[in-house]
Write a protein that binds this ligand. Structure first.
Ligand SMILES: *Cc1c(COP(=O)(O)O)cnc(C)c1O
Length: 421
């Protein structure tokens, strides 16, 4: 039926360049995209889908935003890579450090994975320590040490970590449950002298959406301060999601380092790591922590990122997005209730996710106690009715500024049909 499926699988492992795209945890044929515009994704078999996956987060302005497209086109005519610093890179760094008060200096890299990898290397280089504490269900990219209880894409596959990661590598990663104050305290009590950093998604969005309990992030700040370790906020999803800046801007706990990605590249590959100047100056060429990239600060990526960020600054869409997302999820809750379907829908800003269980999960264990079969039924029901959610119960859904009331009204009709099971 789908000629792309066999073709892709014969030459690309699993037919995909990133595992979740294979639809393994929802079953059925994966999508093949032909184009996208605003809130809509078009498949090669002629479907028009309201897109709540939005490339897993970068497309907060919607697909093919005209200003972003023009910025990329203009940049491309001037050459696609120089490996020589440009004024646009300086502007990007100025914009990021102005928008995020706790970020004095920032370096651009090519992905969120690289950003976290670099942040951890800085933490180890600056402290001379080896261990990192992360939380189960939080995803920090696919470097060896972070592939330990890493949520979403990994959770859809049987094992919690990955083959090919040495036990030595995994041994330096401590893992405790998200929102568990005492478990984090105990880990720091036992390993504090070896602890380089705690890395956390300040809003966990890679096991579905799990919000931090009040003071959890502050607790981590106090623990790291006492242990002489760094606090790293992985803001690859949350950066420029809730305000024009990092989630850290809104949070009582201030991290030492912040990683960014997704939104700041406007749909082109990018990542960034930034923070206190004394820490960032550990990076080569000023310091001994090596990090490099042939395509880092690529002019197309920076142009797309700058255009996206400037438009976000001008639009300031955050309050409207949050209000619209809250109303939308309220409507879905109402539909589910009318049908007697037990569902909890955490939402914050433009993020929401659906768990088929009675209460909002606080950690990855509770996430896994939701009814995954119900999610699969709803996912396919939505797909048949013109709505595309991220293809996993462990992913978060996104709204863009192009998800207008009219678009959401149409989506609700699909939810109404898809929840009839
Ligand atoms: C997406 C994501 C990453 C990885 O970013 P890539 O660009 O996919 O490498 C890291 N951390 C968080 C919190 C993410 O959401």
């Amino acid at each position: 039926m789908n000629s792309f499926k066999a073709r892709s699988q014969s030459v690309i492992p699993g037919g995909v360049n990133s595992p979740v795209r294979a639809f393994q945890s929802v079953g059925g044929d994966p999508l093949f995209a032909s184009r996208a515009a605003g809130p809509l994704l078009y498949s090669t078999d002629g479907r028009e889908l309201i897109d709540f996956c939005l490339s897993f987060g970068p497309m907060i302005l919607g697909h093919a935003d005209p200003e972003v497209v023009e910025a990329i086109q203009t940049a491309a005519t001037r050459g696609t890579s120089y490996a020589v610093t440009t004024e646009a890179e300086i502007e990007m760094a100025e914009l990021l450090t102005e928008a995020i008060p706790s970020m004095d200096k920032v370096r651009l890299v090519n992905s969120g994975t690289e950003a976290v990898m670099t942040a951890l290397r800085i933490a180890r280089g600056a402290t001379g320590r080896r261990k990192i504490l992360k939380f189960s269900g939080c995803y920090h990219g696919h470097t060896d040490g972070m592939l330990v209880q890493a949520g979403s894409g990994v959770a859809g596959i049987a094992s919690a970590s990955s083959a090919g990661v040495t036990s030595e590598c995994a041994a330096d990663t401590l893992v405790t449950p998200y929102n568990d104050f005492e478990a984090a305290s105990a880990a720091v009590r036992e390993h504090g002298a070896d602890l380089a950093a705690i890395v956390v998604e300040p809003i966990a969005a890679n096991m579905g959406l799990v919000l931090p309990e009040p003071k959890f992030l502050l607790h981590l700040r106090e623990l790291t301060e006492k242990a002489g370790a760094l606090l790293i906020f992985d803001e690859v999803i949350t950066g420029f999601r809730f305000t024009f800046g990092a989630f850290a801007n809104l949070c009582c706990a201030k991290p030492d380092l912040i990683t960014l990605g997704k939104i700041i590249g406007g749909g082109l590959p990018i990542g960034a790591v930034g923070g206190r100047a004394d820490l960032m100056d550990h990076l080569a060429p000023t310091g001994p922590v090596y990090q490099a990239g042939t395509l880092s600060g690529n002019p197309l990526c920076v142009a797309a990122g700058l255009a996206t960020l400037r438009k976000l600054k001008a639009l300031d869409p955050y309050a409207a997005l949050a209000e619209r997302c809250a109303r939308f999820t309220d409507e879905i809750r109402g539909l589910a209730k009318a049908k007697g379907v037990e569902v909890s829908i955490p939402n914050d800003g433009s993020l929401f996710s659906m768990f088929f269980r009675g209460s909002e999960p606080r950690n990855f264990d509770e996430v896994q106690q939701s009814d995954a079969d119900a999610f699969v039924r709803m996912f396919h029901g939505l797909l048949e009715n013109g709505v595309y959610l991220p293809p996993s119960a462990f992913e978060t859904s996104f709204l863009s500024v192009r998800h207008t009331d009219a678009v959401l009204e149409r989506a609700l009709e699909a939810f109404d049909r898809a929840l009839a099971f």
